[in-house]
Design a protein around this ligand. Sequence first.
Ligand code: ZN
Length: 77
Amino acid sequence: MSDEPAPPDLLPDLVCSARSCRHHAVWALRWNNPKLHTPDRRKTWLACEEHRESLSQFLSMRGFLKETVQASDLAGH
Ligand SMILES: [Zn+2]
């Protein structure tokens, strides 16, 4: 029954958001669905090198993709 939240200074591992991918994420895709989110809201998908292209295309085809940043930038490094 040890289900305590992790300490805030321990970031979870950055894992690719692609389905069934367990690779370390290098990229963070920042996106917004204007039908669901206010304009300043940002959702984040993480992507490894292999899936950056396909995830970016999925979002940009729908006009959701706002920016792509390095995943390490999210951790404040
Ligand atoms: Zn991946």
